[in-house]
Design a protein around this ligand. Structure first.
Ligand code: FE2
Length: 201
């Protein structure tokens, strides 16, 4: 099996003016692509060559001799999840069952935003902020570098990439501005709802 770079779920300029086509050209076409290329090179002719991406992540996680495989595989997975965590015309408060779930877990949508922003902006260096389901409860977590909640028995619902390559061309060093726009203008609640409805693997 060869791991493939998935297409973006929207046109390259569809997230403008919030995230430029130029950022996506590099972020998807160069960064995401290189993780795919590296991973395929690392797994060829190994026991993981025929495994699915999720199996590769789970089987390489925490293994000293598979750090490169884990980092590239998890970055392939995290980026695909991130593209789907955004949509043109997204953001703002959720509605219906998801609104009730957010209110129940965090008290209000505004508190959810504050906590998500705090996680995203306090992740030191590169990493990810996530909304996850943990045994049915919503939680916000952050992960460093390529780490991903799927190795921690958590069900990811949404993620924001806080590696500098995600925002530097559009926001330079202003990570809080990027995260604010992600929440207000991009976040894809429909994707979160689909993930809630997914059965555990
Ligand atoms: Fe990224």
């Amino acid at each position: 099996m060869t791991i493939k770079l998935p297409d973006l779920p929207y046109a390259i300029e569809a997230l403008e003016p919030h995230i430029s086509g130029r950022t996506l050209e590099f972020h998807h076409g160069k960064h995401h692509q290189i993780y795919v290329t590296n991973l395929n090179n690392l797994i060829q002719e190994t026991a993981l060559a025929e495994a699915s991406l999720e199996e590769i992540i789970l089987q390489s996680s925490g293994k000293d001799d598979k750090v490169g495989i884990f980092n590239n595989a998890a970055q392939v997975w995290n980026h695909t999840f991130y593209w789907n965590s955004m949509r043109p015309g997204g953001g703002g408060a959720p509605t219906g069952a998801l609104k009730a779930k957010i209110d129940g877990a965090f008290g209000s949508y505004d508190i959810f935003c504050d906590e998500f922003k705090k996680a995203a902006t306090t992740q030191f260096g590169s990493g990810w902020a996530w909304l996850v389901e943990d045994s049915g409860e919503l939680r916000i977590v952050k992960t460093a570098n390529a780490e991903t909640p799927i190795t921690q028995d958590l069900k990811p619902l949404l993620t924001c990439d806080v590696w500098e390559h995600a925002y530097y061309l559009d926001y330079q060093n202003r990570r809080p501005d990027y995260v604010g726009v992600f929440l207000k203008n991009l976040l894809n609640w429909e994707f979160a709802q689909q993930n809630i409805e997914k059965k555990a693997a």
